[in-house]
Ligand binder design. Sequence first.
Ligand code: SF4
Length: 306
Amino acid sequence: MPKLQYETYCKNTPNKLVTEKFGDTNVYAQNTKSLLTKASGFMAGYDFTLNPYRGCQYGCSYCYAAAFSPNSQMEKDWGKWVIIKENGVDILEKELEKWFKKNPNKSPTIYMSSVTDPYQPIESKHMLTRSLLEVMYPYCPTLVIQTRSPIITRDIDILQRFQHLRVNMSVPTGSESVRRDFEPRSPSIKARLNAIKKIKESIDCLKGFVPKVSITITPLLPTLPDDEDFFIQKLKIADRIVIQDFHPSQNRSLVASTREEAQDIKRKYAWWYDSERISYIKFKEKLIVSLPGVEIKEGKNGFSYE
Ligand code: SF4
């Protein structure tokens, strides 16, 4: 089978896969053979990971998922392209049917998503994640949604039908200036925290299920001293806080690692990163002291549903 080509990344390509431009993002569409991937490594506690898209418009500087780009140019342009898994709805339906034939008494556990954001901007137009939720919910999966996008609030009507749902909202810093340095294409901290508040407060527990909510501070980025108390107080909205330090940069593809781009930005925050371990421990201790009713977890343990 000929290798799929990506217009603007490969010259003389016979199959043009660009379907549109969305802001400065090249949008491609592609059929996929499977949507549910057997979970392994960090996500081994789940049956499957589910990534509706390949690539991510948020393009965070530290994102390890860039290493899974189709080619080195696309890895370099991480954040400026996204591939929609066009036949995802049909494939998911078939995969879930197959699962229930084999496991009639067991609903699958699914983590969405491990290498993309299911609510990145293109979702507002294509609504692929929403369509996948509609397919999933009759099968009663245990579902964890990982995002940093307020677009998730659009789907509260469906989310509240899931009895076993955890929403993980990524908020790695309490300082907007730090966010802009490390992840300039992503939504503001305020918008993310407001989204969590809306999810928790707008679901009537007599009519729907209020999801469990985590705030994932992963990787833990610096929060400026003036912002710290305010930020920690805002975290009270969550049931669980997850913290984790940076992955080491191993400069190898297909290995979860922090991108070089983030290593450069870290140098700007020497006051925090020169004693990274101590900064991490101090921040964790403040969380424990300030948020007695909130579960504080670290690394892999924090990403479980339970
Ligand atoms: S939102 Fe997540 S998947 Fe997307 S670039 Fe940022 S860290 Fe990577």
